[in-house]
Design a protein around this ligand. Sequence first.
Ligand code: SF4
Length: 353
Amino acid sequence: MIQRRKSRPVKAGALAIGGDFPVTVQSMLNRNPRDIEANVRQAAELEAAGCDIVRVAVPDREAVKLIPALKAAVNMPVVADIHFDYRLALESVAAGADKIRVNPGNIGGEDRVKAVADACRAKNIPIRIGVNSGSVEKCLLEKYGGPTPRAMAESAMNHARLLEKYDFEDIVLSLKSSDVASTVEAYETAAELCDYPLHLGVTEAGTARMGLIKSSAGIGALLLRGIGDTIRVSLTDEPVREAAAGLNILKAVGLRTDSPVLVSCPTCGRTRIDIISLAGEVEKRLAGCKKKIKVAVMGCAVNGPGEAREADIGIAGGDGCALLFKKGEIIRKVPEEDIVDELMKEIERFEAP
Ligand code: SF4
């Protein structure tokens, strides 16, 4: 059981981030900001995939128009991602953004920080300070000899202090590096220095394959230590894949239990049926299922039911057939061609205790 770090919750729209609230999954739109329709479509896809929060880049005034369009189309909180121009932050707040991502140290002066803090406070909007290893200030790079985890944590605290000066504490922090070990250490350091909620991510993690592995290692390690309140898997791929990956990481560490867990054996010389295809088919058929159930797809009848004793329902392959079992007890034998259908019928009948 994960003991979560106690962070002070903030609210983004109807959703709370931090405290004892569930860890949320977010992603970022990647369509052209001029194409409102494409962005709205992509946000709707993300929402349908189970994403909790959507972020959109606001590089100029024209892009602010995306915010009301997205708010009208989806129920997820909409985060405006601002770099450097505080006026875009103010306009995004006025346009209905539920959260702003901006680094107060980069917007050019205390009066601007105050203006953004005041605007967000007036609407109860949190600000995420997003420190990346590439954005650490020169003085800290010199002090620490590079963008070390300690330098990243200090940079985040310095940005936070600028907001605290104006009594603004609805802050979320992120400290992302493309290096997994540095990312983990940076978040661990920040977790000790403050109680702000933490947005986890490994930045520029890579393509769907390696990016997912790096994100799972970094985000997973932190979540298992109780650190992290919202996550974003960064992939060089479609956002909907990021959301799916984020949800699967939460599932893998036991922080999301509202969908089936599939246990399948690695196969070995005892396997007599095509367990690889069967497991793939079962996984496909379970997509979208909202039952809390553990399903096992095992390669042999000798060890299968025993190895998957913890599963609620499962199959163990035989020669051209499979045994269907519940909690390790065999209930019947089914021919190979009916295995998936029979298993799905049992899953439909199953009622979680
Ligand atoms: Fe091998 Fe059977 Fe174990 Fe699968 S369940 S790995 S086939 S022993």
